[in-house]
Design a protein around this ligand. Structure first.
Ligand SMILES: Cc1ncc(COP(=O)(O)O)c(C=O)c1O
Length: 429
């Protein structure tokens, strides 16, 4: 049996994967055009590129309006405020997500209430969300996580029954479709991030989409220092702040949107091949297919570590796959209520009271024992890349005994917690 790279053996792969982000000549031309226009900022609002991008992005996802803004976290804060969520209101969020989903709720003045996730999609579980509803609940905030959609049909029905707003966190779901409907256009509002690792990026950036004019007008007011929206039909006035996007970002995003369908198809094709290969490897399990996802968006490829008893910890398995030359993370997310990036105090957030934590067993299992995350750019190449990934996983899976034996010596090799890492180190590009 070949020795694992983590234990001193040879790596399965030493070539880098596809570079990310991707760009082309048109991007260079657009950026130069913005540069030479001397019109760089977000003001006057909405500036030329930001306006056109917001409209195109919304149309691409089946919504009427799109407000491009500074980042995905602010998109959620603005969407919550636009939907009238305010001080002390409860918003149900999945426990397994990026901490920003929940901190955005706090920043909007509301209280995030954690519900558990579905074991096969890792997205908000409708039953758990239903159990979390109280008389103070005002909204559901499902996240379409990694490569799967939250079960929107059940969540929308649940919301209708309790008069709740639905805001979709689509930071991972650019270009995806659920039952033929674009991500972010199924609920009342949808929020996207364009941070560096995302399926479309301008380094930073975000957008909130909706088909309701009153929400769109409020979004514009909130991100543009309280000024009137362009159409101002509803004459809404609110204290706002400056969350405008720059013209450089918006011009770059235009190219990212053009490139999205082609790259999305390639990822989906490679993900399907990888799923077939992983299904043959004992000790791991690909997430089951999701027929309701009529167009997949794969931000990260997630699969599950399902060893028998007395096996090495998941974090060690992630480190072993990584050592084989395939970027892999175990503790990509933690249940937010346990994360050291989420320690709100009542002094900072008076709406947050002791006891607003949670216990979500499926999220805990995913976070600490089961989930293995591969970044999307490993799926941008061809079948040889997929074969290398499968060979690396297979090598690790067939060396679990050796890994378990070595594990006392490898005690220091574990995924760092979110606060320990200054940012995920990006290898291979
Ligand atoms: C699920 C989720 N929600 C929200 C965000 C926030 O986006 P941003 O980093 O652009 O503020 C991110 C991205 O980091 C995310 O992954």
């Amino acid at each position: 049996m070949t020795q694992l790279a983590l234990l001193g053996g040879e790596k399965t792969r030493s070539r880098p994967f596809s570079p990310w982000p991707q760009y082309g000549e048109t991007d260079r031309e657009r950026l130069l055009e913005v540069l030479e226009s001397r019109n760089w900022g977000g003001y006057p609002f909405p500036n030329r590129w930001a306006d056109e991008f917001g409209e195109r992005f919304a149309a691409h996802h089946g919504a009427r309006y799109g407000c491009a803004l500074a980042n995905g976290t602010i998109a959620i804060v603005a969407a919550l405020k636009a939907a009238g969520i305010g001080f002390g209101d409860e918003v149900i969020v999945p426990a397994y997500t990026w901490e920003g989903t929940a901190t955005a709720v706090l920043d909007a003045g509301a209280v995030p209430v954690f519900a558990d996730i579905d074991p096969d999609t890792y997205c908000l579980d409708a039953g758990s969300a239903s159990n979390a509803i109280t008389p103070r609940t005002r909204a559901l905030l499902p996240v379409h996580l990694a490569m799967r959609f939250a079960e929107m049909d059940r969540l929308v029905e649940l919301a209708a029954g309790h008069d709740l707003i639905v805001i979709e966190d689509c930071a991972h779901a650019h270009g995806g479709e659920y039952q033929g409907r674009g991500a972010g256009s199924i609920g009342d509002l949808g929020c996207f991030s364009f941070q560096s690792s995302k399926l479309m990026t301008a380094g930073e950036g975000g957008v909130a989409i909706t088909s309701r004019l009153e929400y769109f007008e409020l979004l514009q007011t909130l991100v543009n220092c309280g000024r009137a929206s362009v159409s101002d039909r509803f004459k809404q006035r609110r204290v706002g702040s400056n969350y405008r996007i720059t013209e450089f970002q918006a011009a770059l995003l235009m190219g990212q949107l053009e490139r999205l369908p082609g790259l999305g198809e390639r990822r989906a094709r490679n993900a399907a091949a990888l799923g077939r290969a992983l299904a043959e490897i004992p000790g791991v399990r690909p997430l089951p297919p999701q027929p309701a996802a009529t167009r997949e968006a794969i931000y990260c490829y997630v699969f599950q570590y399902r060893p028998g008893e007395h096996r090495p910890a998941r974090d060690l398995v992630a480190a072993a796959i990584e050592a084989e030359g395939v970027p892999c993370d175990g503790r990509f997310y933690e249940p937010v209520y346990r994360s050291d990036l989420f320690r709100p105090t009542p002094e900072e957030y008076p709406q947050w009271k002791a006891g607003h934590t949670g216990h979500c067993p499926v999220a805990e299992r995913a976070a600490y024992q089961e989930a293995l995350w591969l970044p999307q750019f490993v799926l941008l190449g061809d079948e040889r890349d997929v074969e290398d990934i499968a060979r690396a996983v297979e090598k690790v899976a067939s060396n679990l005994e050796a890994l378990a034996k070595a594990s006392p010596a490898l005690a220091g090799v574990k995924s760092m917690s979110r606060a320990e890492r200054p940012g995920i180190e990006k290898r291979n590009y």
